[in-house]
Design a protein around this ligand. Sequence first.
Ligand code: C5P
Length: 210
Amino acid sequence: MSVSGPFTVAIDGPAASGKGTVSRRVAEQFGFAHLDTGLLYRAVALKVLAGGDPLEAAEGLREEDLVRDGLRGSDVAQAASRVAAVAEVRSALLAFQRQFARRKGGAILDGRDIGSVVCPEAEVKLYVTATDAVRAARRFAEMRARGEDVTEADVLAALRERDARDSQRAAAPLVAAEDAVMLDTTEMEIDEAAAQAIAVVERALKIPRR
Ligand code: C5P
C-alpha cells in the first residue's frame, strides 16, 4: 500500500526503545521518506563540541551535516540532549521537520516531540517504549558489537541521565501525545514491534480521511 499525497507518521520514545528500527521498517513497507530527528540535534551537538555556537549551528545546518562520522557516539548523544533543551535551537529546527513531514508520498519522523509539538496533526502517532534495563542492555550490545569498551552499568547510568534531561526540560519534553498508540517493546522482538507498527499504519491508511 502506498500513498500519493502527504501522510505523516510520528514516532516518539526514549533512547534505545526500538523506535529507529521500527521507523525504518515502516518506511520500507510503505515507501515513506524517513527522518531520524535525533540526527538534527546530534549534528548541532557535533558543531558545539567543536567550539560552535548552538543557535548558529542549528540555523546553519545542512543535509551533509546529518551524515558525518561520529554522530552516533555517546558523548555526542549527551551533548545533543543538552543542546536540545535550548528552546531557540528547537525552534530553528522546526520548519525543516514540518516541511519534511508533509512531503508527498508520506513521511515518518522519529524523535521525542514529533507527535506532541512538531506534527500534532500527524495521521499516525506511536510512542515506543521499554524498561530502562532492557534499553540499556540493547544499547550495551550495540556498543560492544562496535568494539567500544563500556560496562552495562555505565550505559544504564548514561541512558537514565539522558532520559531525565529529555523528560524534565521545559522546551518540548519527551512525552507521549495523548492520542499516541503505545508500543511497549520490553518483551518483544524487533520484528514483532515493527509488525504491530505496520498494522497501525495500515489501519489508518484504510480509514478515509475527512
Ligand atoms: O534519538 P537520539 O538518541 O539520536 O537523540 C539524541 C538527543 O536529541 C536526545 O537525547 C534528545 O535530547 C534530542 N532529541 C530531541 N527531540 C527530538 C529528537 C532528539 O530533543 N525530536
